[in-house]
Design a protein around this ligand. Structure first.
Ligand SMILES: *Cc1c(COP(=O)(O)O)cnc(C)c1O
Length: 422
């Protein structure tokens, strides 16, 4: 069941015509389908049979508190990477016991906020970080539950900027240092060792790297246990890819992933923690934009839309491909055209697509970028003093504004003119 579909010649989000949202909220705007979010979460969470699991949605993929709240109601936990994301998860109703804290550079303040919230586990990435966490926990009279993020030296992920599990990446403890890190952790009174964590990359469209990482970590868990560590948690991170529609490579269905995890870990006696982000949010959202100008004349035709790289950074940052579609279905005799689709920002990198064949459109027409629910609004900025792009969530025939578009006054609110006269 698709929740972004044409009806009466026009693209809808669930039962709401996108033209209505454009008219009432303005463009550009992100539109999310709550039914799609919920379905993706359920499909993923239900794919592990009887395993003891925690699905900790990766907040950085789409951190809007209404998105988190929607998932929290289904029982989701959260994987956070900053104190700000921790606050979001708590506000959205995700209890501390279902929150895991990842990231290479946690500050003391972030650590104490997370200890205060009684989070499930800290994914610790280095010995210096471990020692600071021990100190913070002791000063609060607590013990911090810890899993080391280990680097399994497995190659995965569709783009160099999102591959994280190779030994040259900045992430995790080097594989051959893992056991000595656990030995040190066991001696620290503010630390309670509980598990092992990996996260090997993002947009992974093949099960082989997951299998390789699970097999390596399994071996490590068995060795750690013989060394006296009570390992009861295995966090396998996120990274399962989604279909963006650009080629024939289809990511494996979550059921195959679930089967693999069950086959390789059912007898291990651990809680399995998952940190899916893109897989939950990616295809739950579109970026809705209006064509400002069609500029021809040279050897290319440019479609200049009112969304820009500050609203959706993925094409500029990762060379990402997004399907583009007009909101109105083309007439049967409508011509097609080949466009470079660009935004108004003064950078050549502000290009969403090159040589894209699509139905010919005119100024004032609405188009969408599909699969924009993950790493879209979460990466948006006010570059060029463009207002932060708003977000809308649809449920059936209703929609709600879940992030408003700031006025110019609101954008400038935190800035000050300088006065050197006194
Ligand atoms: C980004 C990230 C995730 C989520 O990755 P997806 O590809 O969106 O599933 C999970 N865990 C960690 C540690 C991350 O950095």
């Amino acid at each position: 069941m698709r929740h972004f579909d044409h009806r009466d010649g026009e693209l809808h989000a669930e039962d709401v015509p996108l033209s209505r949202i454009a008219a009432e909220v303005g463009t550009p705007v992100y539109v999310y389908s709550s039914a799609t979010l919920e379905r993706h979460y359920r499909v993923f969470a239900d794919s592990f049979g009887g395993l003891d699991t925690l699905v900790a949605y990766s907040v950085k993929a789409n951190s809007n508190i209404a998105v988190l709240q929607t998932l929290a109601r289904l029982g989701a936990g959260a994987d956070v990477v900053s104190g700000g994301e921790l606050a979001r998860a708590l506000i959205a109703g995700i209890p501390g016991e279902r929150i895991v804290f990842s990231g290479v550079g946690k500050t003391r303040d972030e650590m104490s906020a997370a200890l205060e919230a009684d989070i499930h586990v800290f994914n610790v990435e280095s010995l210096p970080e471990l020692r600071v966490l021990d100190d913070v926990a002791q000063s609060m009279g607590r013990r911090a539950p810890v899993a080391f993020r280990v680097n399994p030296d497995v190659s995965a992920g569709g783009h160099e900027k999102i591959s994280t599990g190779k030994k040259e990446n900045k992430f995790g403890i080097a594989w051959d240092r893992a056991e000595s890190a656990y030995a040190e952790a066991a001696c620290l009174p503010g630390i309670e060792v509980v598990g092992v964590d990996v996260h090997i990359g993002s947009q992974i469209d093949d099960l082989a790297p997951f299998e390789a990482a699970i097999r390596k970590v399994r071996g490590l868990i068995e060795r750690l246990r013989t060394q006296g560590h009570d390992i009861r948690l295995f966090d396998i991170g996120g990274g399962l890819g989604i279909h963006y529609g650009d080629d024939n490579r289809m990511p494996p269905p979550p059921s195959d992933y679930g089967q693999l995890v069950r086959r390789l870990t059912a007898d291990l006696g651990v809680q399995m923690v998952f940190e899916p982000g893109r897989m939950i949010a990616g295809n739950s959202g579109v970026l809705l934009t209006e064509v400002l100008y069609v500029k021809g004349g040279g050897d290319r035709e440019f479609l200049i839309v009112d969304a820009a790289m500050n609203d959706l950074l993925r094409p500029a940052l990762y060379d990402a491909w997004h399907a583009v579609e007009p909101v109105r279905l083309p007439e049967p005799d409508q011509a097609s055209a080949t466009y470079d689709i660009v935004g108004p920002i003064c950078e050549s990198g502000d290009t969403f697509a090159k040589d894209r064949m699509m139905p010919a459109v005119r100024a004032g027409d609405l188009v969408v970028f599909h699969s924009a629910g993950a790493y879209g609004a979460a990466q948006s900025s006010q570059y060029n003093t463009r207002p932060l792009v708003p977000e809308v969530m649809v449920r059936g025939g209703q929609y709600r504004l879940i992030r408003k578009r700031p006025s110019v006054e609101e954008m400038l609110e935190r800035e000050r003119l300088v006065d050197w006269s006194n």
